[in-house]
Design a protein. Structure first.
Length: 457
């Protein structure tokens, strides 16, 4: 508790300070007096208030100061919070921008063609892979609908899968074909998902992956299996006629190369002429020419015989283009769009030519490989068959010769203890002319040098 004497002394000092300041600076006297009182810890505040606020001006000044001080503190606190929230927002925006850039890089640099379209199937966005896949620019793609990029026959499939997706089916992965700007058909595998805003479907996002390489690998495997099956069937045709073997091999060659027409011709031993052994049924039905198995000069068959002359496969994927090797169509000949022929070699000799024509797509190296391997298998069978026929013919010829010589041989003529062999028997047994034989019989002895006949009693 503050003593009265001490309080009076303090108040006196404060009043003295106030009088001094009023004389020098009247506006600062109350503040100085308040400071003098506040520095004295033993003074009660109520007593100080009684002494220091004798007027309303000082009260208003203190209230305004309190408001100003509170405003400064509030502004400082608010500024600190604003700076904190501003930093948080900047970090959020920085991360969002980084995520947007990362998403854009993934979207733009993806090897899959990514696109979006609205419910009217109008394309609203696409990445660079769409341009590379279709050949259209991005502006051209964005001006199209999905149907404008589909190959004939794929629109129904795409529409069916779109309806399934809109009905809530989770998995809609399917294969269709796109129509590129240059007219090529590109097989793609498409996977789609719904785009929703506020719970409402507003579009479709899809990713299309080019599966051309996978298709080609599967097709190559299928063709290899088909060729092996054809060669297996050929190996079981050793007793079949040559014409049946040639027809079967040509038919399988047309299937393996997906061609419409085919021709198989055998070349003679000196390589100057060829003979058509088999012609496809479609060519026979559409061609008005008389295709007979007659020999034709190799120099007169034009492009068809170029594979034999150059001893290598010949491919012409645009038969209408100018080519010095072509000599035009004979009257009644079928129209050729694409053409491929391969030589069949036997110990560096061209023994046959196989030609196919009018494949829907362009002929390529796998077509050459399949047809060459098939025709090589056919020729090995033909060569084996010819060798077997030659052996059988030789055996038959010598058998007939032996039987004829034996039939011409007659019994020996016997005279006074000797016998004389007939001329055919002498030739067969290599007996010198006028050789006499024993009357009691004869014995033939065969040696490595010649046949000898000795007669003894």
């Amino acid at each position: 508790m503050v003593k009265p004497a001490g309080s009076l002394i303090v108040l006196a000092r404060a009043l003295q300070v106030g009088r001094t300041l009023r004389a020098e600076a009247p506006s600062l006297a109350p503040i100085s007096a308040l400071w003098a009182l506040c520095t004295h810890g033993r003074l009660r505040h109520k007593c100080a208030l009684v002494v220091l606020f004798p007027s309303q001006d000082l009260w208003l000044l203190l209230v305004m100061g309190a408001f100003v001080l509170g405003g400064i503190v509030w502004v400082a606190i608010l500024g600190n919070r604003v700076r904190h929230h501003t930093g948080t927002m900047r970090e959020f925006l920085r991360r969002e921008a980084a995520l947007r850039k990362q998403f854009f890089d993934l979207f733009e640099n993806s090897t899959d063609a990514i696109y979006t379209h609205d419910l009217d199937t109008r394309i609203t966005s696409c990445n660079r892979a769409v341009e590379l896949l279709t050949g259209f620019t991005r502006d051209e793609v964005l001006a199209k609908k999905i149907a404008d990029l589909l190959a004939p026959g794929s629109l129904e499939r795409a529409t069916e899968m779109l309806n399934l997706k809109l009905q809530g089916h989770a998995s809609t992965t399917y294969e269709i074909e796109l129509a590129a700007k240059d007219g090529c058909r590109i097989p793609v595998e498409v996977s789609t998902r719904l785009i929703e805003e506020e719970g409402k479907v507003v579009g479709i996002q899809g990713a299309a992956r080019d599966v051309s390489e996978r298709k080609r690998a599967h097709e190559a495997l299928r063709l290899d299996e088909a060729r092996l099956e054809a060669l297996l069937k050929l190996s079981h045709m050793s007793e079949s006629p040559l014409q049946e073997i040639a027809d079967f091999a040509l038919a399988q060659g047309i299937l393996l190369t997906k061609s419409k027409y085919g021709l198989l011709a055998l070349i003679n031993e000196d390589g100057s002429a060829l003979t058509v052994r088999s012609c496809s049924r479609a060519a026979m039905e559409e061609c008005a020419m008389d295709v007979e198995q007659r020999a034709s000069s190799l120099a007169s068959v034009g492009l068809w015989g170029e594979a034999a002359r150059q001893r290598r496969p010949i491919i012409v994927n645009d038969y209408s283009a100018a080519n010095s090797l072509k000599e035009g169509y004979p009257e009644g000949h079928i129209d050729i769009l694409r053409f491929m022929s391969i030589p069949v070699l036997d110990h560096e000799n061209v023994v046959a030519i196989a030609g196919v024509a009018n494949k829907e797509d362009e002929y390529d190296e796998p077509d050459i490989r399949q047809l060459t391997l098939l025709m090589d298998g056919m020729w090995k069978l033909i060569r084996q068959k010819r060798a077997e026929e030659a052996v059988r013919a030789s055996e038959q010829r010598y058998r007939l010769l032996f039987q004829r010589n034996m039939a011409e041989c007659s019994a020996p003529r016997w005279t006074a203890g000797t016998s004389t062999a007939t001329n055919p028997l002498r030739r067969f047994l290599a007996i010198p002319p006028r050789r006499k034989c024993s009357a009691f019989g004869c014995r033939t002895v065969m040696t490595s040098e010649r046949a000898k006949c000795s007669f003894h009693g």
